[in-house]
Design a protein around this ligand. Structure first.
Ligand code: PLP
Length: 618
């Protein structure tokens, strides 16, 4: 797995004259974005967690870009005008944490398939190459019979033979980069402006000739008709705009998965990059490499709810309800549990507690108004409860429960709190420490926008330590065993959902890029569009707007004999929308969720469809 990338972006780009006097080459635009931003987005979609950009000329442009993409780290080459690309690359290589990385030039447009090809190439060191481009500025590559790099030059005559053209995207091991850096430093006097391809060629040739370690031999991966262009001068820019860029867009369109807009409350719509993240090399999940993937996932998830130093995330291969069951069966010990039930998920807590015959009481409250916190607090104390369980966002109705208030009160009275945040996490910002939540459940397929199949339990460290000696009521769904086994071995006790976890990893990268706060803004904007349409259609909502989560809306069914939920649902599906039935016994509703990778324009389209259907009823 490749997790880091370096973009070399320090150069002056003098051949583009006045275009790049006050701007780095990477900021030439194609379509709506600068070319380097296209590249950043492709790297993110390919599962890169961290991008190091080596800057120099007009570095402030990159500082702006880094504000928009939290995964970018900048390295400034103050000698950019006097060094070549290798001078910048060696500074970046020092900052790498991973054992291998993708290395890219900043002035490229390319088909993302090239990244996939390099990531999946079995060779640890490999550079991407193409057939003839006739661009007028080719870097030709010479290879031996095994397609190992022997040399590069802009002049064919300088090479023994020409095998391919250098694209400017490579996969290199850290050791190889370090050896290239050493080579560059050794030639600081005679080649002060060394380009990185010269260092690659020198190192690889020496390896092929047996003068250095064999492992430094660099493979060439040639794609004959690869769609790419380096933009070095005006004619390249023109060719890129006219010919290559449209070809790249077309290629990407070919790979698009059929769009389904899921307006049900999970599994939610996912990005294509999350779907494609599941297409990865097979691996035994007991390998250290996969343990590191899970460790990364747990650390990042913990950071989203309060920080990895205080919160531990424990994963199970299961749906979200399993996380609820884990908490109820593992965290109550010999205590006594009060459950707030104001919807189907609170009720489910009660059923789980009953099935384990746990001492518990269910506090029932209407799903249509906020529960009476005063009465709950009183009941907690009067009943001598040790544990409180409640649902953060009651998906049944879209009601947000007063979790911080009740949990803070519980903390003051030494009552352990168990929260189902399955449909709140990764949309509504939650800090478990601040909100005094001890244990909290979520799933991979709702607001985090991954695939179904991973349940997660977030645990405050101190609360987790306390359950160590609690009775084991469930074998598979045991929180302490799952946690301590992973801590000790870097493995889950039983087979984890490998591909779902790869998708979750990708979903986390994308959530960090969007940020949870911005994600909630996007969801809220979609909700506003829906609510406006609902009002215009004179439909009513189950909850007053101020009590709504803005994540799901329960809409009262119109009382027309012509209305049929099934018909509305089926017609919606034909147009690519999936809606959801209501779940309350005392009110006929249907529900529209606005979570997942959906856009405002799609919600607009849905409201047009909804209006057409509703108007057809009269
Ligand atoms: C979706 C959801 C769950 C879990 O449902 P699964 O079908 O098990 O994934 C639990 N609680 C709430 C509040 C939910 O919205």
């Amino acid at each position: 797995m490749i997790r880091e990338a370096v973009i070399m972006a320090a150069g002056l780009g003098t051949r583009l004259k006045e275009r790049t006097t006050f701007m780095p080459k990477g900021f030439l635009r194609l379509g709506e974005l600068p070319i380097v931003e296209w590249s950043v987005q492709k790297l993110i979609a390919a599962g890169i967690e961290r991008i190091i950009i080596g800057t120099g000329h007009c570095s402030e442009w990159y500082e702006e870009l880094a504000k928009k993409y939290p995964l970018i780290d900048l390295v400034y080459n103050k000698d950019y005008a006097a060094t070549g690309s290798m001078g910048t690359l060696l500074l970046c290589a020092e900052k790498l944490r991973a054992a291998a990385a993708l290395i890219l030039e900043s002035d490229l447009i390319y088909d993302a398939a090239g990244l996939f090809v390099l990531i999946n190439d079995p060779r640890p060191n490999v550079i991407l190459a193409s057939g003839a481009t006739n661009s007028g500025d080719e870097v030709y590559l010479e290879a031996d019979s095994r397609r190992l790099l022997l040399g590069n030059s802009k002049k064919k005559a300088e090479l023994g033979s020409v095998y391919a053209e250098l694209v400017g995207i490579s996969k290199l091991e850290k050791d190889t980069l370090d050896a290239m850096s050493a080579y560059c430093r050794a030639h600081a006097e005679d080649q002060p402006t060394m380009e990185y391809e010269a260092a690659m060629s020198a190192l690889s040739r020496a390896a092929v000739e047996g003068k250095t370690g064999k492992k430094f031999a660099i493979g060439i991966r040639k794609i004959e008709y690869y769609a790419w262009r380096e933009i070095d001068d005006e004619s390249h820019y023109e060719m890129a705009r006219r010919e290559i860029y449209p070809r790249i867009l077309e290629n990407e369109e070919i790979r698009a998965v059929k769009r389904e807009v899921l307006l049900n409350p999970g599994p939610a719509t996912t990005s294509d990059s999350v779907k494609y993240a599941q297409v990865a090399a097979d691996i035994c999940p007991r390998e250290k490499e996969f343990g590191e993937v899970m460790e990364w996932i747990c650390g990042e998830l913990s950071d989203m709810v309060g920080g990895r130093d205080r919160i531990k995330t424990v994963l199970f291969g299961a749906s979200g309800t399993a996380a609820d069951e884990v908490m109820i069966s593992s965290c109550v010990g010999e205590g006594k549990l009060l459950i707030i039930d104001n919807g189907a998920y609170g009720e489910r807590f009660g059923k789980i507690a009953s099935s384990y015959s746990l001492p518990h009481e269910v506090y029932k409250s209407s799903g249509q108004v906020l529960p009476d916190t005063g009465a709950i607090k009183k009941r907690l104390l009067d009943g001598g409860f040790t544990h409180l369980a409640l649902v953060y966002h009651e998906t049944t109705t879209g009601l947000l429960n007063p979790v911080p208030e009740l949990c803070r009160f519980s903390r003051e009275h030494n009552i352990t709190t168990i929260v189902d945040a399955v449909s709140a996490f990764a949309a509504i910002p939650i800090d478990m420490e601040q909100d005094c939540i001890d244990f909290m459940a979520s799933t991979s397929n709702k607001n985090i926008q991954g695939m179904a199949g991973t349940a997660m339990v977030f645990c405050r460290k101190e609360a987790l330590e306390k359950i160590k000696s609690y009775p084991m009521r469930s074998y598979y769904l045991n929180l302490w065993d799952q946690y301590s086994h992973f801590e000790k071995t870097g493995q889950t006790r039983f087979t984890p959902p490998v591909q779902t976890l790869y998708a979750l990893r990708q979903a986390i990268i994308e959530a960090k890029t969007e940020t949870i706060a911005k994600r909630y803004e996007r969801y809220s904007a979609c909700w506003k569009i829906l609510v406006r349409a609902v009002r215009e259609l004179k439909l009513s909502m189950l909850l007053p707007e101020e009590a709504q989560s803005k994540l799901i809306t329960a809409i009262v069914e119109p009382d027309s004999p012509a209305y049929s939920f099934n018909e509305l649902h089926d017609r919606g599906r034909e147009q690519g929308f999936t809606i959801y039935p209501g779940k309350l016994s005392d009110a006929a509703t249907f529900r529209i969720a606005n979570i997942g990778d959906i856009r405002e324009s799609e919600m607009e389209r849905f409201t047009v469809f909804l209006a057409e259907y509703m108007k057809g009823l009269h």
